[in-house]
Design a protein around this ligand. Structure first.
Ligand code: CAA
Ligand code: NAP
Length: 248
């Protein structure tokens, strides 16, 4: 990717970190964004850990649910590092509850972090990508946005909404060298699924034909493939990567 700049939201998270490493291995200069004040947003520690693995990457704090903070951060990246060619939207949260128990705060928190964020970041990069004639946008959705999930009306709505956004941006960018795709992972080894009560997790793994949860690196490999220059003809797609849990 010849030094192209890639920004990964949720880039210091479990899947995000693997995505950063795969993009760096493909030749991108990588900037990871994380939510200031959270445990995995210790910028120096994260950068040092990547350095010890042989990668040089930047990490910046940015609340991507907040448009002003996002705009300020992307201006800083453009001014201090350079124009963004690849955007991966991997920031996301869950606030699971059956709908009859779900509060408006749980609904709003998930829609803001998972879906408003995708508008905020993409709005900041789309014009530059179209003007320069090259862009790759990859939005990390979920199998639960495709099929629904008990206790996730908020999360499933945010992730399904993400793909409507993807298809529209794909149409807008198609003649300008900008692709936009969705990646829909199934259940991946991560703290996010460890937060699901053991009895539910056991039922979920039993539904996965491959017989195990996925690995963050398996998602990252697909994201790097979609971000490659050679993937110019793939746009508006929703690529499932779920061990066969949901097909069709
Ligand atoms: N399907 C159908 N019914 C279910 C159910 C399910 N999956 N889960 C629970 N129920 C039923 C229960 O049997 C129970 O029925 P009765 O009232 O008739 O006894 C009722 O719903 C209440 O069940 P709970 O006591 O479990 O409800 P709760 O309010 O304590 O918990 C919950 C609800 C927090 C949503 C819990 O069900 C849960 O954690 N489910 C798993 C949610 C999940 O898979 N989240 C994925 C997180 S990982 C992720 O999101 C990453 C990704 O993208 C894949
Ligand atoms: P994770 O480790 O919790 O990573 C999520 C990242 O998003 C964290 O780094 C978090 O930052 C960041 N984030 C959340 N809200 C933010 C905000 N407002 N501003 C900036 N950053 C924010 O979770 P993960 O398992 O790697 O998940 C990554 C993505 O994959 C999510 O979009 C998730 O929905 C999706 N996904 C996960 C699975 C799975 O099984 N794990 C399956 C399908 C899809 P802080 O930690 O600093 O708050």
């Amino acid at each position: 990717m010849n030094g192209r700049i890639a920004v990964v939201t949720g880039g210091t998270g479990t899947i995000g970190t693997e995505i950063c490493k795969h993009l760096a291995a493909s030749g991108c200069r990588v900037v990871a964004l994380c939510l200031p004040g959270m445990p995995d947003c210790r910028l120096d520690d994260w950068e040092a850990a990547r350095k010890s693995e042989g990668y040089t990457m930047h990490a910046l704090g940015c609340n991507v649910a907040d448009f002003d903070d996002t705009e300020k951060t992307f201006k800083k990246i453009e001014n201090e590092i350079g124009p963004v060619s690849v955007l991966v939207n991997a920031a996301g949260i869950t606030r699971d509850a059956a709908l009859r128990k779900m509060s408006f705060e749980q609904w709003r928190a998930v829609l803001s972090a998972n879906l408003d964020s995708v508008f905020n970041t993409t709005r900041c990069v789309i014009e530059g990508m179209m003007d320069r004639g090259f862009g790759r946008i990859v939005n990390i959705s979920s199998v639960n946005g495709q099929k629904g999930q008990f206790g996730q009306a908020n999360y499933a709505a945010s992730k399904a909404g993400m793909h409507g956004f993807t298809m529209s941006v794909a149409r807008e960018g198609a003649r300008k060298g900008v692709t936009c795709n969705t990646v829909s992972p199934g259940y991946i080894e991560s703290p996010m699924i460890m937060a699901v009560p053991e009895e539910h997790r056991a039922k979920i793994v039993a539904e996965i034909p491959v017989g195990r949860f996925g690995k963050p690196a398996e998602i990252a490999r697909l994201v790097a493939f979609l971000a490659a220059e050679e993937s110019a003809f793939i746009t508006g797609a929703d690529v499932s990567i779920n061990g066969g849990q949901h097909m069709g």
